[in-house]
Design a protein around this ligand. Structure first.
Ligand SMILES: Cc1cc2nc3c(=O)[nH]c(=O)nc-3n(C[C@H](O)[C@H](O)[C@H](O)COP(=O)(O)OP(=O)(O)OC[C@H]3O[C@@H](n4cnc5c(N)ncnc54)[C@H](O)[C@@H]3O)c2cc1C
Length: 355
């Protein structure tokens, strides 16, 4: 789907043969509108039923099936499933089904994404801008965390045109109330930045291209899994005996204080894997998890939470759920060779297949 989205947009994939490049040079940029439209067609075309604008309200195991209560615009309604895959990012289904989740004492900050235009980055006096920024922080007009992802603050902010730049520490992204507060606080912070920047020399014509529709949440809960990925497993490139997919990204912990990022590149030729056991909630059956809420410590999670790794986990969970439902075999009992074969048939990069 990623390859197709790049083709339709008329763009090119990065050169993956030179994988020594920094991770951001190997990132694939997809046009989000094209990608969404292609995904709609692929999912609906597969025969699956797609349902947006629906939240999970309750989960119960009954008569060898999951009974799911969903909340839509029409009110509450039910769906049933033999196997359940939780890709909520927060392990919501796992919690509603009564299984344990884990939360770090200090969580990474949220970021409200935005994009600004209307300036010539090369024409700005950054020394003067830095002084104005420090004065604004001292005066309380800006918070140090407002431009907190960048060591070089306003310079970094303008280099990225404000994208993925602010930090919102102390957010609870796991509840509707917390998410609402994050959005109000995030938009308030972006407006604070906008008001500060547009009175600085060279930025008088600053315009807002967009504020994202939602505040981005990096971290809430992970599951208590049958296995747990530690930073040593991850950074050491451990090949788990039940590995179902690869990850690849550096350790990337956004400091909970909101000041800067702890970013550590993996040693050359290190290819971490994700074990099936970390995708299975402890004590559960017929339940799979994929994405950032898979079991692991904060440092490992800061790396495997990136989108490509989440996609690989999602594909592996989907393959396991399909095999499991078809063969009436509990996901943990599926033969690894069958999972790998199903993934390979769908073009996945299967652990052990690369050298
Ligand atoms: C600010 C920010 C910047 C980032 N930058 C990058 C980057 O540059 N590159 C990169 O690869 N990764 C980046 N990441 C990380 C990455 O985007 C996420 O970790 C990843 O998207 C998580 O994927 P997921 O599938 O686990 O969850 P999500 O992508 O969060 O998907 C969860 C889905 O489940 C839905 N959902 C949630 N709860 C429920 C419920 N109770 N009922 C029904 N539906 C529900 C949500 O609406 C959502 O559609 C960034 C993250 C943030 C916050």
């Amino acid at each position: 789907m990623v390859r197709r989205a790049v083709e339709v947009a008329g763009d090119k994939l990065p050169d993956f043969s030179n994988y020594d490049q920094p991770a951001n040079r190997l990132s694939v940029r997809v046009n989000r509108a094209i990608y969404a439209a292609l995904l709609d067609d692929a999912v609906v075309g597969s025969g699956a039923t797609l349902l947006f604008h629906t939240l999970l309200a309750a989960v119960e195991r009954q008569d060898e099936q999951w009974r799911l209560t969903l909340c839509g615009k029409e009110g509450l309604f039910e769906e049933r499933a033999r196997v359940l895959v939780d890709c909520s990012g927060d392990a919501n289904a796992v919690a509603l089904a009564g299984y344990e989740r884990e939360q770090n004492d200090e969580r990474q900050p949220a970021t409200y994404d935005a994009c600004f235009s209307g300036f010539d980055a090369a024409a700005i006096n950054y020394d003067a801008l830095d002084r104005a920024y420090e004065a604004a922080v001292t005066a309380g007009a800006l918070r140090l965390t407002d431009l907190g992802t960048h060591q070089d603050h306003a310079r970094g902010f303008l280099r990225y045109r404000g994208r993925n730049s602010m930090h919102l520490p102390g957010i609870d992204g796991s509840t509707s109330r917390g998410r609402t507060a994050a959005e109000i606080e995030g938009r308030r912070g972006l407006m604070r930045i906008f008001e500060f920047l547009r009175v600085q020399p060279g930025l008088e014509n600053l315009t807002i291209d967009y504020f994202a529709a939602e505040c981005g949440i990096r971290e809430t809960y992970t599951i208590a899994g049958k296995k747990r990925i530690t930073v040593d497993d991850y950074a050491g490139g451990r090949m788990w005996d039940d590995a179902v997919c690869y990850s690849f990204y550096p350790i990337d912990v956004h400091r909970p204080s909101g000041h800067g990022i702890d970013y550590r590149v993996l040693a050359k030729d290190t290819f971490p894997t994700i074990p099936r056991g970390a995708m299975l909630p402890f004590g559960s059956q017929w339940l799979l998890v994929a994405g950032r809420c898979v079991a692991g410590d904060q440092e490992a999670n800061s790396a495997y939470r990136v989108q490509a790794s989440c996609m690989a986990m999602g594909q592996a969970a989907g393959a396991m759920a399909a095999l499991s439902a078809r063969s009436h075999t509990e996901p943990e009992e599926l033969a690894l060779a069958d999972i790998h074969a199903a993934l390979r048939a769908h073009g996945a990069i299967v652990p052990g297949d690369i050298s």
